[in-house]
Design a protein around this ligand. Structure first.
Ligand SMILES: Cc1cc2nc3c(=O)[nH]c(=O)nc-3n(C[C@H](O)[C@H](O)[C@H](O)COP(=O)(O)O)c2cc1C
Length: 133
């Protein structure tokens, strides 16, 4: 597994992660669960109608945190919008429950990938491991 795949695997295993955005000078955080590796990039998914999407458009710098079995992961980076239809299809195939809410052609479904990302795996017992992608 490469670094991006390792990060995605952790997010999948955790099931839920928390995504922080900046809304002006007000931090916002919410639960997310979508993750996908495509073309060597780590993607997450949202809806363009959501405040989170508007916040990312205004300021693409985000951070997420996930926790599982005594280990936690923090990913810091910028999110880039990607309108590639194949990536949207791949997301819906990986997480079919999304099909109840999203369609690749609905004008709402949004795929975002990380650039300039730093991911740190931590635990109380081992030294942190940091990877970039
Ligand atoms: C477990 C869980 C996972 C979720 N995963 C996502 C997700 O991957 N993408 C998304 O847009 N919303 C997801 N949501 C819903 C968002 O948390 C919710 O729409 C939130 O209000 C979005 O933030 P905003 O109101 O600041 O836009 C999830 C909710 C839960 C409880």
């Amino acid at each position: 597994m490469n670094n991006v795949e390792k990060v995605c695997q952790f997010l999948d295993d955790a099931g839920v992660y928390f995504l922080a955005t900046a809304d002006g000078d007000q931090p916002r955080v919410r639960a997310f669960g979508t993750s996908l590796v495509s073309g060597g990039k780590l993607y997450i998914q949202t809806g363009k109608v959501k405040p989170v999407s508007r916040q990312i458009a205004a300021n693409p710098k985000v951070e997420l945190c996930a926790y599982k079995d005594g280990r936690w992961l923090r990913v810091t980076g910028e999110l880039v919008n990607d309108e590639d239809r194949a990536v949207k299809v791949a997301m819906l195939e990986k997480m079919p429950s999304l099909k109840a809410m999203y369609d690749p052609d609905d004008g709402n479904m949004q795929m975002l990938y990380f650039k300039n990302a730093t991911a740190t795996f931590s635990s109380f017992t081992e030294a942190p491991e940091t990877v970039s992608f």
